[in-house]
Design a protein around this ligand. Structure first.
Ligand SMILES: Cc1ncc(COP(=O)(O)O)c(C=O)c1O
Length: 406
């Protein structure tokens, strides 16, 4: 296999747009990536030839819809290297973490502890705070290093026999730093804690082999892996899913309902109450299949070359401060920076006038911003379809912002 950038870009019609008089340079992939034709076609096929509810119907369209929905589950499972019955479709990554916090969390006792980190997205903080207010668990947070990595040297002192779960970001949405999973797993297992990884920013950069990570829960979002929004994934070990009570109650998740007592369906149905996001799940299945068709050795090299180009260029602009590892080692293509004396929204606005889409603000990581004593950063996040032109347009925009705003 190889990597033909022009052919890949042609699969994303949205990229050929003109924005503010300039070609679109979409560098906000960490917020939401774009969808290829293969995904749009899969959703269109469902909507035009097989739109019906899943599981319940016996007519032809219902059977088609169920087949496509379960086919999508199988595609997601293949993307993660696991079996389909371990895949739960959720409303998103946030919804998946809330499911674990509520359901697995209900098995915890007052005084049990959850270990997070200062690098977490609010999605992996607030659900645990809600659990804390309901059930009296305690939350600990690993510190971060100056490089914007989770400081794993603190693991031995922060893990206790009461630590039941270590829940950490696999790749940071702010610094791009990638977690040393092996070290975390070894330490967590030594106190009998379970491990969850927030894969929202890792999953968009290629298929995974979850069994080799030896973790317990993995979550990610459809819209960041070139699929639709409104859908996400929870993977968990089958014995954990089996032990967990439902999160939401309603249709499809039951065995038998009487007013005296209701029994639960086995996973994954137990955790998919009501009508699921059917078209979105089918699109996500198509996105996972599309991703598995790419040559990730070549794509990763391309993404990291663009990352280096962005970092080198930004370093050459006086007053920029890049958050995150200075080398490409254990790093993914997210580059956050502050421009001294300039509000990050102003930088993003100037970039928008250059046709460059980036994210500005705290990135739902306020504890991290507090740590670095910043109100926010400007974030460039790169996808396989980006090219040198995108990076160079961004650099020209930042240079212009530095000139006119400082
Ligand atoms: C690291 C990380 N975790 C969780 C989320 C939440 O994803 P969603 O808003 O799709 O639920 C995001 C989204 O930006 C993220 O970057």
């Amino acid at each position: 296999m190889s990597f033909d950038l022009a052919a890949l870009r042609a699969q994303f019609p949205i990229l050929s747009q003109v924005v503010n008089g300039n070609p679109l340079h979409y560098l906000d992939n960490g917020a939401s990536a774009q969808t290829p034709l293969a995904v749009l076609d899969a959703v269109r096929t469902y909507e035009t030839t097989g739109r019906a509810n899943v599981v319940r119907g016996v007519h032809m369209l219902a059977e088609r819809a169920t087949e496509a929905y379960e086919g999508a589950r199988a595609e997601v499972a293949a993307f993660l290297g696991v079996v389909p019955s371990e895949i739960i479709f959720t409303g998103g990554c946030t919804a998946a973490i809330n499911l674990v916090a509520y359901s697995y969390g209900s098995l915890l006792k007052p005084g049990d502890r959850i270990l997070l980190s200062t690098l977490e997205h609010h999605s992996n903080i607030v659900p645990w705070q809600l659990l804390r207010s309901r059930s009296g668990i305690e939350i600990d947070a690993l510190p971060v290093t100056d490089e914007g990595r989770i400081d794993l040297s603190a693991l031995p002192r922060m893990l206790t026999p009461r630590t039941k779960l270590v829940s950490l970001v696999h790749v940071s949405n702010v610094t791009g730093a990638s977690l040393d999973v092996k070290t975390v797993v070894a330490a967590a297992r030594s106190v009998g804690a379970k491990i969850m990884l927030d894969g929202a920013q890792r999953a968009p950069h290629g298929p995974l082999d979850l069994p080799s990570l030896d973790i317990d829960f993995y979550v990610f979002a459809g819209h960041k892996v070139f699929g639709p929004n409104g859908v996400g994934v929870l993977w968990a070990r089958p014995e954990l899913l089996e032990a967990m009570p439902p999160f939401h109650g309603g249709g499809s998740m039951i065995g038998r309902v009487t007013f005296a007592e209701t029994t639960w369906a086995p996973p994954p149905r137990r955790f998919e109450a009501g009508t699921p996001p059917i078209g979105q799940a089918i699109g996500l299945g198509a996105a996972c299949k599309w991703m598995r068709g790419l040559d990730w050795m070549a794509v990763h090299a391309h993404e990291m070359a663009l990352t280096q180009r962005a970092m080198d260029g930004l370093q050459g602009i006086a007053g920029t401060r890049i958050l995150g590892p200075s080398s490409l080692q254990d790093r993914y293509p997210v580059v956050s920076f502050a421009l001294e004396g300039v509000h990050t929204h102003d930088v993003a606005q100037v970039l928008d006038s250059f046709g460059v889409a980036v994210r500005a603000g705290h990135h739902c990581a306020q504890p991290l911003m507090d740590h670095f004593d910043l109100a926010g950063t400007t974030r460039v996040s790169i996808a396989p379809y980006n090219d040198n032109g995108d990076i160079d347009a961004m650099l020209a925009g930042v240079e212009h912002a530095a000139k006119i705003l400082r």
